[in-house]
Design a protein around this ligand. Structure first.
Ligand code: FES
Length: 299
């Protein structure tokens, strides 16, 4: 696949890997020290969506409004416009810090090109944020024109950072539901395995109509359960995970899912696993996709 301009620029800066080697473990340590509640909030588990894209709307919107109000202030000289510009800038700065915390949390799982691009994204946005804080201080000290210039420089850096953030989502699929792009599986019940082949505590990955499906038997009632075998967080192989009761823990970042309904029981994943209906006919386990999963797929 041909590289984007953003990737080519980022790849020409090997120091980004060195910086990531230093910063990534520190971010993980910080989040571990913050406890499960902090991780759940930052990962978006309680909200059932990744939070970074939502939170970045606050600084982007506020700073764009601040640019507008700065322009109106210059043209009209009205105090109301000046105050509105300062207030918008301040709201954006506050939102920027929160978005940065969540962004670092998302970034801690990346590697290779996405980690490099994430570091470039973070450096640009942190520099932009620092310039915007400087702008607030300059404005407060009466040096408004210098403050405006600092803000314009910060806004430009944040714009470049935002572009790389878009590439992280659209090119690398960071925090995207990985199940959405997989095959839906069969529309009708399809035999996939002899029932006798699935023992009590086993988790068995099978492929059917291009979909990877994780089969297991419920410890509670012995029924056959089926969910997508690929973790929707970062595509971890759930069949290699640990089974604990009727749940599976992803081997990569420890998300825990219900083996029978795909529900997220522990993050960092925020989306439930795609589920499948099962039945046993003539000694064979049969599987078919459920309607809601078919509707959620990207076609
Ligand atoms: S790939 Fe990250 S929790 Fe499964």
């Amino acid at each position: 696949m041909e590289k984007t301009i953003g990737e080519r620029i980022v790849d020409a800066m090997p120091f980004l890997d060195g910086a990531s080697d230093v910063v990534q473990p520190k971010v993980q340590e910080l989040l571990d020290a913050g406890g499960a509640t902090a991780r759940y909030i930052l990962d978006g588990v309680w909200f059932e969506v990744p939070l970074h894209p939502v939170l970045t709307d606050v600084p982007i919107g506020s700073w764009t409004a601040a640019i507008l109000f700065d322009g109106l202030d210059l043209v009209s000289g009205r105090t109301a416009m000046r105050n509105a510009a300062d207030a918008s800038l301040a709201v954006g700065v506050a939102g920027g810090f929160v978005a940065a915390a969540v962004g670092f949390s998302d970034w801690r799982y990346t590697s290779g090109g996405s980690r490099r691009m994430g570091m470039a994204h973070a450096i640009l946005n942190s520099a932009g944020l620092a310039l915007n804080v400087t702008s607030l201080l300059l404005r407060a000290s009466g040096r408004r024109n210098a403050g405006r210039l600092a803000f314009l420089a910060g806004y430009s850096l944040n714009g470049m950072g935002a572009h790389l953030g878009g590439e992280l989502s659209y090119k690398y699929g960071l925090r995207v539901n990985r199940n959405a792009f997989e095959a839906t599986g069969p529309d009708d019940f399809t035999p996939v395995l002899d029932e006798a082949e699935l023992s009590g505590e086993e988790m068995r990955r099978i492929e059917v109509d291009g979909a990877g499906v994780l089969l297991s038997r419920s410890e509670k009632d012995g029924r056959v359960c089926a969910i997508a075998a690929t973790c929707n967080h970062f595509s971890g192989p759930l069949e290699q995970g640990e089974r604990e009761g009727d749940t599976v823990v992803c081997p990569w970042h420890k998300s825990r899912f219900d083996l029978c309904n795909g529900k997220v029981l522990n993050g960092p994943a925020v989306f439930p696993q795609s589920g499948y209906e099962t039945r046993v006919r003539d000694g064979k386990i049969e599987v078919r996709a459920v309607d809601e999963n078919i509707q959620e797929k990207v076609r």
